[in-house]
Design a protein around this ligand. Structure first.
Ligand code: ZN
Length: 466
């Protein structure tokens, strides 16, 4: 691998320049900016490396086919997916999942330099998308270029599936994967992100939580009333507060009937993996200005709760008068937004049905529930042979053992890749915890980019031989 690694060192500046060019495109999916240009730009980069490419539309769903009409409302056809494939010495096929869209750059005044004019400072590159996820695309292409220019042939077959609306929830990705299951067939999948821990240890994440997002609304009387009517008129804010209090108790237990039925407890191997993870609970709590986590968990119990437990979170609440000073009013309407982070094998559709049934059973049939979207949880077992290939590649590139994270606490569209395509998935990337993704001053460290590129190059070699 030394010849390939040397090429990566010698061409790192070119790869960074290519990333800068990619990040000059303001591909904000939420604002529908520069979508077609970026898809074409990425496809052209892949063609230059000998890939056959296609820019494929996401399936268009009728309102009736969408989940309660929620996911399809307002955005009937997703942004196009860049698909690419190239053969290699081995028939083994590695699929890369990435996304070419980025988060909005606002608030602009908090950036030290303009978000779409990437700038190098102190060994870091600043700009929207330099980490999430254009930086990973650029590193993957640099690793492939090194193989092409040093050896000619790629060590394994490679496919790319690069979507253009991950940052707005990957609409219709499950349907897209189902529709293109032959095209996307592979032996393993590398996920979009990845990188090193606070201590600089390379990290491999094997799964995601799922999500159900809902809006709860109550309407009681036909208009706000004078609060003296609190004697005889029903108050929407109280109705909603009582309904919410049936969902989770002060002991943090989620009380929806059947909510935990499908929860699969962590395996002994997953438990062992989190025992080997660095303990960062004290730093995290300190950064939020508190001393103790919920339920007093710390160390391994903190990690286990964070990665393996589902949540019920009130994201927003509104009702009645929220301005300055008193206003004696009895609110006619109340609204809450909630998300549930789900773990295998919970299903967002099933949890939605259970929430509805739970509210009905507790006397809250008047609380309207609107489905604002969801994703299934998914995890690759830590015992999968692909995880060993990942470990070996990481050791070769970093000279250090990988920290194996069985699942992250966040959500992503991993499920169709694991479930529909049957692939083991893992991430391997160029990020670090202070990358400010989704925030002002998103950045990468150039050294992380270089080493992350080498890890991908090593992985291609080892995967082809595995
Ligand atoms: Zn993102």
């Amino acid at each position: 691998m030394q010849d390939i690694f040397r090429h990566i060192d010698d061409h790192n500046d070119d790869a960074i320049q290519s990333l800068i060019d990619l990040c000059r495109l303001p591909t904000v999916s939420a604002q529908k900016r520069a979508i077609a240009e970026t898809a074409e730009h990425v496809a052209a980069l892949l063609r230059a490396l000998g890939f056959e490419t296609q820019v494929l539309p996401k399936p268009v769903l009728s309102e009736a086919e969408g989940r309660e009409g929620a996911q399809t409302g307002g955005r009937p056809s997703g942004h196009p997916v860049v698909y690419a494939e190239a053969r290699g010495a081995s028939p083994r096929t590695l699929l890369f999942y990435d996304h070419y869209d980025v988060q909005p750059a606002e608030p602009l005044d908090l950036w030290s330099s303009p978000p779409f004019e990437p700038a190098l400072r102190d060994g870091k590159l600043y700009g929207r998308g330099v980490s999430d996820n254009k930086g990973n695309i650029a590193a993957r292409l640099a690793a492939i270029r090194a193989w092409r220019e040093v050896r000619g042939e790629l060590p394994c077959a490679i496919k790319f599936c690069i979507e253009g609306d991950e940052e707005i929830g990957s609409p219709q990705m499950e349907e897209f994967v189902a529709e293109h299951r032959e095209l996307l067939a592979a032996d393993a999948c590398i996920w979009e992100g990845g990188g090193v821990t606070w201590e600089g240890l390379p990290q491999v994440v094997l799964g995601v939580k799922g999500l159900l997002y809902v809006q709860l609304e109550v309407g009681t009387v036909n208009r706000d009333a004078h609060s003296s009517y609190g004697t005889v008129l029903p108050n929407a804010a109280w109705r909603l507060a009582w309904a919410l209090s049936t969902i989770k108790g002060p002991d943090e237990r989620i009380l929806i009937d059947g909510f935990f039925d499908a929860v699969r407890p962590p395996t002994p191997e997953e438990r062992a993996a989190i025992e080997a993870m660095p303990r960062e609970d004290a730093e995290t709590l300190a950064s939020f200005g508190i001393k103790e986590a919920l339920l007093g968990v710390r160390g391994v119990d903190y990690i286990a709760r964070h990665l393996f437990e589902p949540t019920a979170t009130i994201d927003g609440l509104s009702s009645g008068y929220e301005g300055e000073g008193p206003k004696t009013v009895l609110p006619a309407r109340a609204m809450a937004k909630m998300d549930f982070r789900l773990v295998p094998d919970q299903d967002p559709h099933d949890v939605l049905a259970k929430l509805r049934a739970h509210l009905d059973r507790h006397g809250f049939a008047d609380v309207r529930v609107t489905d604002l979207g969801g994703e299934h949880p998914a995890r690759t077992p830590v015992t999968d042979p692909f995880v060993r290939v990942m470990r070996d590649a990481i050791r070769e590139a970093y000279g250090a053992e990988a920290v194996i994270v069985p699942a992250m606490a966040g959500t992503g569209p991993l499920y169709p890749f694991i479930q529909t395509l049957g692939l083991p998935t893992a991430d391997c990337g160029i990020g670090y915890p202070d990358a400010h993704i989704h925030a002002p001053d998103e950045n990468i460290r150039i050294e992380d980019f270089r080493r992350g590129t080498k890890a991908i190059a090593a992985l291609l070699g080892r995967f082809g031989a595995s």
